[in-house]
Write a protein that binds this ligand. Structure first.
Ligand SMILES: NC(=O)c1ccc[n+]([C@@H]2O[C@H](COP(=O)([O-])OP(=O)(O)OC[C@H]3O[C@@H](n4cnc5c(N)ncnc54)[C@H](OP(=O)(O)O)[C@@H]3O)[C@@H](O)[C@H]2O)c1
Length: 356
């Protein structure tokens, strides 16, 4: 194993409270943008905390589409947005995290060493990772670390899409396109918990998963049109498939709302963000509300999702478990679309499975 130094956080403003951490750790490292082949397991220095940051001993890390985009550096728009023009500024990938706090910055007020947390970190595919305290919440008492590690990125996106952005009301009908994926598996469960009648759209082999999450109806997008002449929805969450706006609008009631969450294969430069822009430009001129958003990574949303989990209304969907040596396999499964829900990487060593 070789040694590399990860992007360090500014420590000048802080004196960490907790153990004096100067030793090394195992971490996934990528020195250049590229495919899963560009990921290497290395021994590197542990990160140090800034004033408002927490150092987490990572027990498990989730793998999400955002991690894939930051790994490949596509769409190129994200490079311009500050993630590194020619190589990733943060050479350790990974956002979703669950683990134990081992040190805190001088300005941290919400956490202390020993706390069990989940949230969004910087470089979670490692034995230790830092996170801003505003991006962390306490781990739900009824989840394992692995379950908690797949909650933050997807759970808060689904919650915001349905509530703050989609303004879903009890009794309304909602169509969730991409119901079997990271965001969609939370959206189905949250929409049911919020009192909606839910139709979930997925591929043939994952319809059973979507039903098991509580969807009232399912649509197999590989065999039938997700929009027919009979059903009209108060809210459509467009999470996968990049369907045309005109097609999605046909599935809405005259005053219904379309929330575009995302969708892959939109092109290397902008990721197809033009579709979102077109929807927002069209919206003022039609009776329906057509909108999009970028999720706010704040602990208040994580705490709201955690409440749904603790009440039993939402259970994280783990598609596959991997260990740190097999992060590349997790990424490849996500690319192939074979995951049901999300992939988790067991960093703490409680056991993982991976393809032969
Ligand atoms: N706006 C935000 O702030 C935000 C936050 C998080 C994520 N996102 C974006 O949201 C998107 C989804 O993320 P994710 O984590 O849920 O991804 P994911 O886990 O890969 O799930 C993708 C979903 O799309 C479905 N799908 C694929 N092709 C389809 C088609 N042709 N028609 C209909 N459905 C299709 C998949 O169904 P099958 O697997 O059954 O084929 C799956 O349910 C990504 O583009 C991500 O970047 C946006």
């Amino acid at each position: 194993m070789t040694t590399a130094t990860p992007n360090r956080t500014d420590t000048t403003a802080s004196r960490p409270i907790g153990s004096d951490r100067t030793s090394s750790m195992r971490a996934i490292v990528q020195q250049s943008y590229g495919s899963a082949e560009s990921l290497e397991l290395r021994t590197v220095d542990q990160p140090t905390v800034g004033a408002d940051e927490v150092l987490i001993e990572v027990q498990a890390a989730g793998v999400d589409r955002g991690t894939w985009h930051l790994m490949t550096g596509t769409p190129y728009l994200i490079r311009v947005a500050g993630y590194g023009l020619t190589r990733p500024k943060q050479p350790i990938p990974g956002l979703d995290v669950a683990g134990r706090v081992v040190a805190i910055g001088s300005g941290v007020t919400r956490f202390a060493p020993g706390d069990e947390v989940f949230g969004i970190a910087s470089g979670s595919l490692a034995e230790y990772a830092t996170a801003h305290e505003d991006k962390l919440a306490r781990k739900p008492h009824n989840t394992t670390f692995e379950q908690a590690a797949v909650v933050a990125v997807s759970g808060i996106t689904a919650l915001q899409a349905l509530t703050d952005v989609g303004q879903l009301q009890p009794g309304q009908t909602v169509l969730i396109v991409g119901a079997s994926g990271g965001v969609g598996t939370y959206a189905v469960q949250l929409a049911k918990a919020l009192g909606a009648e839910v139709t979930g759209v997925a591929s043939t082999g994952k319809l059973d998963l979507v039903r098991s999450l509580g969807a009232d109806h399912v649509v197999d997008y590989t065999r039938e049109d997700l929009v027919d002449t009979v059903h009209r929805y108060d809210l459509i969450l467009d999470i996968g498939g990049r369907n045309k706006i005109s097609r999605l609008r046909r599935g809405l009631t005259p005053t219904g709302t379309l929330v575009i969450v995302g969708g892959e294969d939109g092109g290397r430069w902008t990721g197809g963000v033009g579709r979102q822009l077109r929807a927002m430009l069209l919206s003022p001129f039609v009776g329906q509300r057509l909108t999009t958003f970028i999720s706010k990574e704040h602990h208040s949303f994580m705490e709201r999702v955690a409440e749904f989990i603790e009440s039993g209304a939402v259970t994280p969907s783990i598609g596959h478990r991997f260990d740190l040596d097999h992060v590349g396999d997790a990424i490849r499964q996500m690319e192939a679309g074979t995951l049901r829900g999300k992939a988790v990487v067991d960093v703490g060593g409680s056991g993982a499975d991976h393809p032969d």
